[in-house]
Structure formats: C-alpha cells, structure tokens
Ligand binder design. Sequence first.
Ligand code: ATP
Length: 462
Amino acid sequence: MTQVKNIQDSLKPIVALCKRRGFIYPGSEIYGGFANTYSFGPYGAQLKKNIKDLWWQTFVQKRRDMVGLDGPILLHPKAWAASGHLEGFNDAMIDCKACKSRFRCDHLIEEELKQSADGLSLEEMTHLVHSKKVKCPKCGAQDFTNARNFNLMFSTHMSKTGSEGDVAYLRPETAQAIFLDFKNIIDTMRVRIPFGVAQIGKAFRNEITPGNFVFRVIEFEQMEIEYFIRGETWEKTFEDWLKSMHDWCKLIGLNKARIHEKEHPKEQLSHYSKRTVDIVYDFPFGTSELYGLAYRTDFDLSRHAEFSGQKIEYTDPETREKFVPHVIEPTFGVERTILALLCDAYDEQQLENGEMRTVLHLHPRVAPVKVGVFPLMKKDPLGPKAQAVFDMLQAHFTCEYDESGAIGKRYRRQDELGTPYCVTIDFDTIENDTVTLRDRDSMEQTRVAISELVATLSAKLI
Ligand code: ATP
C-alpha cells in the first residue's frame, strides 16, 4: 500500500453516505460497535447481490468450461495443515510497549520508514524498527517489542469438551473447499480439463490492523475460481485470466485509469504460488490490492492427496493418461469491489442554482435501484396512475416508489442511491399517457410514452 492517508480525510464522505442512505452500517452499533465488522443495509445488500449475480452469470452461467460449488465454511482441520495455512498463514506483528497498540510490522515499516518490507524476515524487521528508532504512530514512543508471527485464522471449538483436539478453523479463503471436492466434481460432472470451479462465500481473517472502512475487515466475501489445467499450459491460461479480470472490471464500470497490475517478485510469492499478479486500484488512501491472480501449480491437490491418503488425479478421457492438474486462481473480494465502485461513483456537484448535489454514478448493471417512480403529487388521479406505472416497471427492473416531499428532493435522494433513471407522472400523463424520464448523470428530462417505457429503459439499462 502506498501514500496512506487518514481514513477520516479520504473516505469520510463515502462512509457517511453509506450510513445515511442504508448501504453500510457499522456492525453491532447498539452495543457501541464491534470493530471492523459491518452490516450491509438494504441498498448495500442489493448492490452486493447485483455484483455476485453478475459475477456468477459471467463466469459460470455464460461459460461451458465452468461449474459452481457452495462448500462449507468449516473444513476438516487437517485440510488447513495440508494447505499450509496452519504453519504459514501468518502476518508479522509488533506491539508498542508504551501504549500497547499492535501493528502489522510490514505496514509500520512502509508507513513510518517509507520503504518496502517485502521479503524481510522477522529478525530483519525487528532490527529495522529498533535501529531506525521508529515512532509509534499512536503515542510517539520508540519502544517496540520484537516482531513475531501471528496466525490469521479464527479458531473455534467443535464439541462440549473444548479440548485442543476439537479445534476447527473458519476458512480464511474459499479456495480450499474447491480442492476438497475436486474428486467429487470429476466423478459426478462431465468436466474435461481445462475447466474451472467457481465459488462465492464468506472468509474470515483475524487481521492485525484492519481498517479503511470495508477494505480490510475480519469477515468478508470472496468470489473465487480454481481453473484446472495441464501444467504445461499455465502461462497462456494465466494471461487469459488476467484479461478476463480486466474485462470484469470494465463490465461493472470501474474506471480503467485507476486499475493497474502489480507483479509479485519471486522472493515474495506465497508458499503455493509460482506467479502472482495483483489487480490494484487507486483507492483514496493509496493504491492497494483489489483482486489477485495466482498460479498455484499442483501444490494444493498434491498436498490434499498426501494428507488424506486419497488418490486425487484426473484421467484424460482419450489417452487414459493420469495426472495431477495444475491450477490458476483468479480471486475477487466482494467488499473491495464495493469500495472501489463507491470511490469511483461518488461525486459532489454544484448545480446552476448554486445548490450542491451528491450523486453516485454507479453503472446501471450494479446500481441497487434501477428506476425511481414518482407521482408529481400524491393526490388523485396522479397517485393511482403512478402506482400502475410502478407495477408495470417493477416486473422488469428493481424500482422504488416515492411520493413524499418536493420532487427535487426525491431526485436528490435517488441521485445519492445511484438510481440511473427516474420516471415522473404528472398532469400531462393523464392527458396523453406520457411520462418524464430523467437521467441521473445529465439530469436531462425527456417525454416517453408509457407504452414505450419498458423498451426504452431496457435499452438504457444494459
Ligand atoms: P492483502 O495483501 O490486502 O492482505 P491478500 O493478498 O492477503 O490481501 P488474498 O489472500 O489474495 O488477499 O485474498 C483474495 C481477495 O480477497 C483479495 O484480493 C481481496 O479482494 C479479498 N480480501 C482479502 N483479505 C481481505 C480482508 N481482510 N477484507 C476484505 N477483503 C479481503
């Protein structure tokens, strides 16, 4: 992460809008909050659903080489030994002895010394912090402990005894469930290599320093694909997936200028990876990982075969050759997608009359509400007519009916939700069966016949 600024400065208006307009609430607020947990309110839940549905449609429904899976959050504890998470899924942490604040040591070095901590050992990091007399960002003291490893998996107990042997882990990534079911999938589905398995689900990480709103949380959703291939084809498949990930960013309307690739240097690759490229996004607090693409080799399937004692192989249907497939893994975080979309979309504009309007320029594909429907006034005959138009439209699009307050206020409210179009029913509607169609971004208003409204909106909302 580079150029980290205070969340207060950079994300404050977005965080405030999310709360005010029912997108994202702080978790357990009535109990004073529960740090780094969030609740997705009605519009946030719809936005999330739109993203997940579109992802599933794009990568599962529309492809002949992909199938879906919904695996469990709790896997056999041995799975985490096999995957390397028990031993290696650690971050280096360091504590300030004076104020007891805890930091991720690599982040502390990057932020305070403005140098990369990538690839440094615990000893090297400790030495840097002590010798360069790094100050605690919270209290200013120069008195840190040694850096030490902290496993990011949440654990829980399975039985009443609560003894050591009954520990289970909440999955820190969805990927492993796919590897555990690889055998079931090839035995029950008519899949042929190359093919992929996609999954959307919750993952949990006991992050040392979470923050920046929903960028780094302890409970989040991942949309992951394990794409099984013959090892020798990995380079081309990797490039194909990199392109597909950029296509996805375009599909949801992310600003191309803010998206870049970051290649992981060889010495910093995870234990399972031969090549990793992050898709990074210019967040207001710095350029940081949005998505990741990794070539995991045959590491996972081979390790699960070893630890489970089962044969995990693929048999080529033509040559009968047996081999352990390799895997390319594109991974997408739902919360980071939402945050990037909100950062792109958020805008404050001064109108000609001097008023300010806050607007979310969300792509219609992801916008939680597609059409706002308003009677100019509540009273007859406008109310019933508007209700009839609403009934017609809501069979096709997610719509919202609003009859309270001045019409300008109602437009402003939909602007803040990112609703691309509003339809207003006025006295002319009663005369000639036309309505006003108002565009969120240009604020232009046109007259459209009710009979053509569904077709007009369908064309605009693609
Ligand atoms: P980081 O370096 O930011 O900690 P990571 O490299 O550990 O991320 P991956 O293990 O590649 O992340 O996880 C895959 C995806 O899951 C990430 O690209 C991101 O979109 C999402 N993700 C990971 N950790 C979190 C988190 N704590 N909160 C929200 N999303 C996350």
